[in-house]
Ligand binder design. Structure first.
Ligand code: ADP
Ligand code: MG
Length: 337
């Protein structure tokens, strides 16, 4: 089957390189792993990088004529907030593609909109407020410290550090200003939910497989340190070693809590109109309340990272996991006939 893997993390020196060279480079980007897995599954695969301009992408898609596009784009022109638009372009041009629609990508990208929709469906979310650039941040009196300040429209813990957690109005104002200036976007201020940090991968559509639950565990935190998935805690291997931060399969969850998490994640997946696959980030409090922090329609699916590992624990090799996403996409009605 002809499958185009569309992605946006092109290395400048690879502009005209053929996809095999890129795959052999074994860069830690999911799209190369995905392309390699699809090749191993016997497909005719083409890696197509999205750059500044769309016409070359559309020309190359047009001449290749894929049966389905594996959409590995996490943004456009370096902006994560344009992620939805690439799916929109594929849709407008009648291509079938894997993963969520522009609607889901746009809504899930917005941490405020997401929480409003989840709350409508009866899912617990942290209390929050938005702070827009140019407006004086006024903390609604019902929001209780400690609070966490995040960019409204980023992901992958971009803009999240220990300093994101604030204990008073002065630090709150300072961190909100930092988000406005550094990221040119609104900030979201949320109550900090203490508890276990859990990630739940899901695959499917009407029938959903909930993958084994992954937990980010933190070693002994130094005094005043918060157990949160900062940018460093997620991506800096040295730091993770030093702080003994690990992603492991969650242990000791009762059947009752596991069932509750499964139900909440399934509801959240559909509430946000996700398609094919996704990951939900949760906090489980000491009294076993489940809070959804966010819903990721485009989670990191690189080989040997948490979602792929969870799929493997559920009995899928990496090749089967990637194939399953393609199969789910092909089973859906794309309205492109
Ligand atoms: N309200 C919150 N309470 C507790 N921890 C939080 C909260 N919001 C974010 N965090 C911490 O910050 C991490 C990243 O936040 P998240 O909203 O998932 O953003 P991203 O899209 O960058 O992953 C979470 O995984 C969690 O560890
Ligand atoms: Mg997250």
């Amino acid at each position: 089957m002809k499958i185009a893997v569309v992605f946006d993390t092109l290395h400048p020196e690879w502009e005209d390189a053929d996809y095999k060279k890129e795959m052999e480079a074994k860069v830690e980007e999911a799209e190369y792993d995905v392309a390699r897995a699809l090749l191993e599954n016997g497909h005719d695969v083409r890696l197509l990088g999205v750059q500044e301009h769309l016409p070359p992408l559309l020309d190359r898609l047009g001449s290749f004529g894929p049966k389905v596009v594996f959409n590995g784009c996490e943004g456009f022109r370096g902006h994560a907030r344009h992620e939805y638009a690439v799916a929109g372009v594929l849709e407008m041009h009648g291509y079938r593609y894997t993963g969520s629609s522009p609607t889901a990508l746009l809504v899930a990208r917005n941490k405020s909109l997401t929480k409003k929709i989840l709350a409508y469906h009866g899912i617990r979310v942290p209390a929050f407020a938005e702070c827009h650039p140019g407006e004086k941040p006024v903390r609604p009196s019902e929001l209780r410290f400690p609070l966490i300040v995040k960019p409204l429209l980023e992901d992958a813990s971009v803009g999240i550090a220990q300093a994101s957690v604030v204990e008073d109005d002065a630090s709150l104002a300072e961190r909100v200003k930092f988000v406005h200036e550094k990221f040119s976007q609104a900030a979201i201020v949320e109550e900090l939910i203490e508890g276990r940090e859990l990630y739940v991968g899901l695959i499917g559509n009407a029938a959903l497989d909930v993958l084994p639950i992954v937990e980010m565990t933190f070693g002994e935190a130094e005094t005043g340190e918060h157990r949160i998935a900062t940018y460093k805690a997620k991506w800096d291997e040295e730091y993770r070693k030093r702080k003994r931060i690990r992603n492991v399969f969650a242990k000791g969850l009762s059947d009752e809590v596991t069932a509750k998490i499964t139900e909440i994640c399934t509801t959240a997946f559909h509430a946000l109109w996700l398609q094919d696959y996704g990951r939900i980030d949760l906090r489980l409090t000491h009294d076993e309340e489940v809070y959804v922090l966010e819903v990721n329609p485009n989670p990191f699916i690189a080989y040997e990272h948490e979602m792929a590992n969870a799929a493997e624990k559920a009995g899928m090799s990496y090749q089967q996991f990637v194939q399953r996403i393609v199969d789910e996409a092909l089973k859906r009605d794309h309205g492109t006939a």
